[in-house]
Design a protein around this ligand. Structure first.
Ligand code: BES
Ligand code: MN
Ligand code: ZN
Length: 508
């Protein structure tokens, strides 16, 4: 990953491949953002005019390259748009800085060192710019032209080093902001790697082994239930979904504890390493990206490890419900009835509604420990994508205040989310003639129906929220801001924020 440093150096004398500056959108044209004074001075204070001549407006996502002024050691200035100039006395919005830093980091792939002279108004800005750089510089090239060095793979290696100018390398608060950005971004990028890994290589068994290695590295407790242990324990949902695949299912429990913790959070992730739909097979055109169906488990995994690396004063248990959904002679059939870990029976009407089946067992397992709250994350329904589009995840909960808290945490870290209801009247659509419940209900409101199904497997009296990340988990369009194509790491930062808020006693 890109090396991130705080630097007190002045821009002109700095040996770097580029100097990154911010440009905001003012009422009368582009405005040079604070942090770029040295560059502006070298342009005789006329940098805004130069940028305007080059077509810059300051809009978010915009990138303008210009030669560095005479006397600068770096040859290039990269101006990135920050959107509207903030109101008087208000600083630049953290998400605007994060996105702008990401845009610059992406554009600087192939460079060794860049200096970021963006408005660094405090530790929040340090963290946001740091995250933007580290997340924006991400590239997945494990499978490109194997055997050659990284640079030869995609044509360009990610930016190697980023110095945040105006940073205070000896200030504890600035240093903590960098450390947090590094821990969260490193784990988030690792979740992206897992999502992008092809499903022939990332089986439930391999994912579990990756979790075991990380647990060892970061001092977490880990328990892996394989198919034998799942059978013995009566995990009918996970076994039913995984039964069609030669790659057998796993349930992974990762435990992070802190001696001073007063609260216990449980995170539960859907980990379908490939979703073919099973016997209710998905048609071609709907299955090419279904390696992303383990994004929820990847997010949970990343968040638990990040919580451990940050030493948060909260206990966090992560549950990864891992299975491959495949059609075969041993696959679950539409019409089968599964006896779930909770004891409830489920009539499987559509084997493509598999996520709720694996989650039901993991939610029940999590509930048995009576945590203060459970949050599950899943690429659960196409319906949620239809409702909220490809960048926003839906938040459902059995508690209105908790749903708001989760939504606000997402907003705070720059993850687009929206609260969704769980209307009770949709429950009867899942009535089964033979079992306690069916795994499908009304088509309309399908995302909410799935949420209502999950709710049945949350232990009595436990606060629970469900994040349906089917839209934002995998970016099928072009890269934008700090978000690459492919796996995005959606929900990781929201989960980490929830753990931080819980540790601080500001949640529940
Ligand atoms: N993994 C899919 C949902 C999904 C769709 C995720 C598109 C990401 C992108 C899930 O398992 C699924 O197939 N859901 C079905 C449920 C239906 C059969 C009730 C769906 O949404 O169509
Ligand atoms: Mn499915
Ligand atoms: Zn699925």
């Amino acid at each position: 990953m890109t090396a991130l440093t705080l630097s007190t150096a002045a821009a002109p004398g700095l040996r770097a491949d580029a100097i990154v500056i911010g440009v905001a959108k003012g009422a009368k044209g582009p405005v040079v953002a604070p942090g770029a004074d040295a560059v502006d001075n070298a342009y005789d204070g006329k940098l805004a005019g130069v940028l305007e001549t080059l077509g810059a407006s300051g809009a978010e996502g915009e990138l303008t390259k210009l030669p560095a002024p005479a006397g600068f050691k770096a040859p290039l200035v990269v101006a990135v748009g920050l959107g509207a100039v903030p109101e008087k006395d208000a600083g630049y919005d953290a998400e605007a800085l994060r996105k702008a830093a990401g845009v610059a980091a992406r554009a600087l792939a192939g460079s060794k060192k860049a200096a970021f002279a963006l408005p660094l108004e405090g530790p929040d800005a340090v963290g946001a710019i740091g995250e933007g750089v580290l997340l924006g510089a991400y590239a997945f090239d494990t499978y490109k032209d194997s055997g050659k060095d990284a640079k030869a793979k995609n044509g360009k290696a990610p930016l190697a080093e980023a110095a945040l100018l105006g940073g205070k390398p000896r200030d504890a608060v600035h240093k903590a902001a960098v450390a947090r950005a590094v821990a969260v971004s490193e784990e988030l990028n690792r979740s992206r790697d897992l999502i992008n890994m092809p499903p022939n290589d990332l089986t439930p068994q391999v994912f579990a082994a990756v979790a075991q290695d990380a647990a060892k590295e970061h001092g977490l407790k880990v328990q892996v239930l394989d198919d034998k242990a799942l059978t013995k324990g009566g995990y009918g949902g996970i076994l039913g979904v995984g039964g069609g695949s030669a790659a057998t299912p796993r349930l992974v429990k990762l435990t992070y504890t802190h001696p001073n913790a007063e609260k216990h959070l449980a995170f539960v992730g859907k980990g379908i390493t490939y979703d073919s739909g099973g016997i209710s097979l998905k048609p071609a055109g709907h299955n090419e990206t279904m390696k992303c169906d383990m994004s929820g488990a990847a997010a949970v995994f990343a968040a638990v490890v990040a919580a451990a690396r940050l030493g948060l004063e909260v206990n966090v248990t992560g549950w990864l419900a891992l299975a491959e959904n495949m059609p075969s002679g041993s696959a679950v059939r539409p019409g089968d009835v599964l006896r779930m870990y909770s004891g409830k029976t489920v009539e499987v009407l559509n084997t493509d509604a598999e996520g709720r089946l694996v989650l039901a067992d993991a939610l029940w397992a999590a509930s048995l420990e009576k945590p203060d709250a459970i949050v599950d994350v899943a690429t659960l329904t196409g319906a949620m994508m239809l409702a909220l589009g490809s960048r926003t995840f839906g938040v459902m909960a059995n508690d209105d205040a908790f749903r708001s808290a989760v939504y606000e945490a997402a907003e705070e870290v720059g993850e687009p989310a929206w609260p969704m209801p769980l209307p009770e009247h949709l429950r009867k659509g899942m009535d089964s003639t033979v079992a306690d419940i069916a795994n499908m209900g009304e088509r309309m409101g399908g995302g909410l129906v799935a949420g209502l199904f999950l709710k049945e497997f949350v232990g009595e009296g436990i606060t629970w929220a469900h994040l349906d990340i089917a839209g934002p988990a995998f970016n099928e369009g072009g890269a934008f801001g700090y978000t690459p194509k492919g796996g995005t790491g959606s929900a990781v930062r929201t989960l980490v924020r929830l753990a931080e808020l819980t540790a601080a006693g500001d949640l529940g």
